[in-house]
Design a protein around this ligand. Sequence first.
Ligand code: ADP
Ligand code: MG
Length: 213
Amino acid sequence: MTTVTEEDLKSLFARLAEAMTREKDRLCELDGVIGDADHGIAMELGFAAAAKAVSELDATTADPTLVFNTAAKSFLNAVGASSGPLYATALMRAGASAKGKTSLNDDDMVEIFAAFAKGIQDRGKAEVGEKTMVDAWAPAAAACRAARDQGLPLAACLAAALEAAQAGAEATKDMIAAKGRSSRLGERTLGHMDPGAASAVVMISCFHIHFTS
Ligand code: ADP
Ligand code: MG
């Protein structure tokens, strides 16, 4: 059984920030095709701000909920693009899901993953098939929970989530954007991966690596 502490979460945010810096250009390029080319910048700024803010929390008093809530607030403040409120809501939901716990076990982490994904859907009102990050997050959360229901450990649940997210992101190439900025392009979005779905895969692969090693 995994035991995730607020320290583990702080280093997860540092990992997410590093990954977004690495992937910034690719994400901006994807957004350049069907959006306004800023998605990589938004994700880098958001996670850099979140990682910095959580690293400054007092380790003697911070709990997982405070880490998620602090990350949410700084992500929102740093990001003007639509991914700002979407991920801020997701992070707040993660914080609510962790409420009252000083450390998190496999079941808690799977619940947090599900709450995070649901937060994105509640905030943005996108359904699967509308060519958004939901096309990666929703199947990933479902796969994560299904794996846990079969009794698999967290690392295997996150491996299943990653595989589902990758398939979901790939599937956005065959979709016409129905939500957000790229919906204005209609059929011209066909053939291109949604940038938000691509960054969701980056995030989920960070979760997977973080809780496997
Ligand atoms: P903006 O479109 O404001 O420039 P970003 O470039 O940061 O914001 O993010 C674009 C991504 O946001 C899209 O690729 C899509 O995945 C996601 N997105 C946009 N609108 C929604 C929504 N209503 N629900 C879920 N995701 C959305
Ligand atoms: Mg954009």
